[in-house]
Design a protein around this ligand. Structure first.
Ligand code: ATP
Length: 197
C-alpha cells in the first residue's frame, strides 16, 4: 500500500511528520508520497509559494533518518499549470505504479469536506482513505464514530499542531522550535517567510 499525503503544507510541521512516522512504523503503508498542492480549490491561497512549500517538504523528509527511504516528495501538483485535483494526482500515480494499491492520508478536518472535492465519488472508488483524527479545536472532527471506522479511521494520537499556529507564532516572533524540524526553520528564516524577516 502506498499512502499519498496531500496538503498545502504551508509549512509542513511535526504534526505531519508524526503521521508519516506512525503509518510507516506500523506498516500500515509501505511508502508515502507527500504531495504539496499547487493551487488548492477549497481554501484561500497559501501564504508561501508552491516552490517554497515543496522545498520545505523536501527538507522535512530529509530529517526523517531511517524512514527517509520510504518517503518521496512529489512536485506533480506544484508543476501543474491548471488547478490541481486529487483525482488527477491519483490517476497519474496509479499509471506510474501499475498494480499498486493507494490510500489518501487525510486529517479528519479535511475529510469532513471530502464531498466537495472534484469527482469525489470516483476518487473514493479508486482509493481508500486513512483518516487521522485531529483534536476538535483544529477544525474539529465531525466524522462520526461509525463513519470513522467505515473509512478506516486511524487511531494515531495526532499532535496538536497546525500550520496556522506556526504562521501566527512566526508573525509574533515566537519560537516554533518544538513544532517544525530545524532544517525547515532555517529555510523559513533565510527566506523571511511568514513575516519572520
Ligand atoms: P492550516 O492550519 O493552514 O489549515 P494544516 O496544519 O491543517 O494547515 P495542511 O497542509 O492543511 O496543514 O494539512 C495537510 C493534511 O494533513 C490535511 O489532511 C490535514 O488534515 C492533515 N494534518 C494537518 N495537521 C495535522 C496534525 N497535527 N495531525 C494530523 N493530521 C494533520
Amino acid at each position: 500500500m502506498i499512502g499519498i499525503y496531500g496538503g498545502t503544507f504551508d509549512p509542513i510541521h511535526n504534526g505531519h511528520l508524526h503521521v508519516i512516522k506512525q503509518l510507516l512504523q506500523s506498516h500500515r503503508v509501505d511508502r508515502i508520497i507527500v504531495v504539496p498542492a499547487g493551487d488548492p480549490q477549497l481554501r484561500e491561497r497559501p501564504v508561501a509559494s508552491s516552490r517554497d512549500r515543496l522545498e520545505m517538504c523536501r527538507l522535512a523528509v530529509e530529517s526523517l533518518s531511517s524512514l527517509r527511504d520510504r518517503v518521496e516528495v512529489s512536485a506533480i501538483e506544484v508543476e501543474r499549470d491548471r488547478p490541481s485535483f486529487a483525482i488527477d494526482t491519483v490517476e497519474a500515480m496509479m499509471a506510474n505504479h501499475p498494480g499498486k494499491e493507494f490510500a489518501w492520508i487525510i486529517g479528519s478536518d479535511a475529510f469532513r469536506r471530502i464531498d466537495q472535492w472534484h469527482e469525489s465519488e470516483r476518487l473514493r472508488e479508486l482509493i481508500s482513505f486513512i483518516v487521522i483524527e485531529r483534536p476538535a479545536n483544529q477544525g474539529g472532527s465531525e466524522v462520526s464514530d461509525d463513519e470513522f471506522d467505515d473509512v478506516g479511521g486511524e487511531e494515531i494520537d495526532a499532535l496538536q499542531i497546525s500550520a496556522t499556529e506556526i504562521r501566527s507564532r512566526l508573525a509574533l516572533r515566537e519560537s516554533i522550535s518544538e513544532l517544525v524540524p530545524s532544517a525547515v526553520i532555517a529555510y523559513i528564516e533565510s527566506k523571511g517567510l511568514y513575516g519572520s524577516a
